[in-house]
Write a protein that binds this ligand. Structure first.
Ligand SMILES: C[S@@+](CC[C@H](N)C(=O)[O-])C[C@H]1O[C@@H](n2cnc3c(N)ncnc32)[C@H](O)[C@@H]1O
Length: 231
């Protein structure tokens, strides 16, 4: 079974997700103790899509993160480069227009979307700054971005407990529920190495997004960063 390392070679990352695709959604629910559903609801609220809007859900995996937008009446396009995740998504959500594409070279025209979002995926992209620029290219002027990603708890003692939970408990629990427990060693490592909230906000600004702000969820385990494509 493949597990990516922190250099995030695209072929390793895609192969790793191919390998966990079948049990991906179940494992997510178990390991996050059900929090994933709350986080997805918060993303939908932050993006505030209106019926008929065109929304890109990048790194959409099996398409589960796209469902709240489809339910709100948007024309959501889930895009991912793991064919295994897309295949699993097609079985579960045959109505979604799942699309193969690399986040750093998106197969969409300039300004094709009213909004873009990316959940638990930017951290896995080998060049996240290129992905942030690409999302800006395909979102129309005045359009919105919401990035949902694991982040860093803001309260020191909680951060310590959480880091212990992550590094120690996650891989053994994953052994019971995942088809590739090693992938969850990568998960823990990649979360620790990911920039904190202000640093990620800086990366959005450098990619050209304006009005950048963030909101912490579950004490900062997850952060939602948002931005607007300047007109
Ligand atoms: C942890 S999953 C998240 C899936 C979904 N957004 C969710 O919230 O459940 C991360 C996804 O990012 C995708 N990914 C990583 N790098 C990518 C890239 N360069 N281009 C497209 N997708 C990528 C992986 O294939 C994987 O399906």
């Amino acid at each position: 079974m493949t597990r990516a390392s922190l250099d995030k070679r695209p072929s390793d990352v895609a192969a790793m997700f191919d390998g966990v695709a079948e049990k991906y959604d179940l494992t997510n629910d178990v390991l996050s103790l059900g929090q994933t559903r709350l986080w997805r609801r918060a993303v939908a609220q932050a993006l505030a899509v209106r019926a008929g809007e065109r929304v890109l859900d990048l790194g959409a995996g099996t398409g589960t993160s796209s469902l709240p937008f489809a339910e709100a009446g948007a024309q959501v396009v889930p895009c991912d480069f793991s064919l295994g995740m897309l295949r699993e998504g097609k079985k579960r959500h045959p109505g979604l227009p799942l699309t193969a594409g690399d986040a750093t070279k998106l197969p969409f025209a300039d300004g094709a979307f009213d909004a873009a979002t990316i959940s638990f995926a930017l951290r896995n992209v080998h060049d996240p700054d290129a992905a942030l620029r690409e999302m800006r290219r395909v979102v129309r002027p005045g359009g919105r971005l919401v990035v949902c990603e694991f982040s860093h708890p803001t309260f020191g003692p909680f951060r310590t407990v959480y880091t212990e939970y992550l590094m120690r408990a996650l891989p053994p629990v994953a052994t019971k529920v995942s088809s590739n427990p090693d992938a969850y060693v990568y998960l823990a490592e990649s979360i620790r190495a990911w920039p904190d909230q202000p640093a990620l906000a800086g990366r959005l600004k450098s990619a050209g997004w304006s009005s950048v702000a963030w909101r912490n969820l579950t004490g900062g385990i997850v952060a939602l960063h948002r931005g607007t494509n300047p007109a």
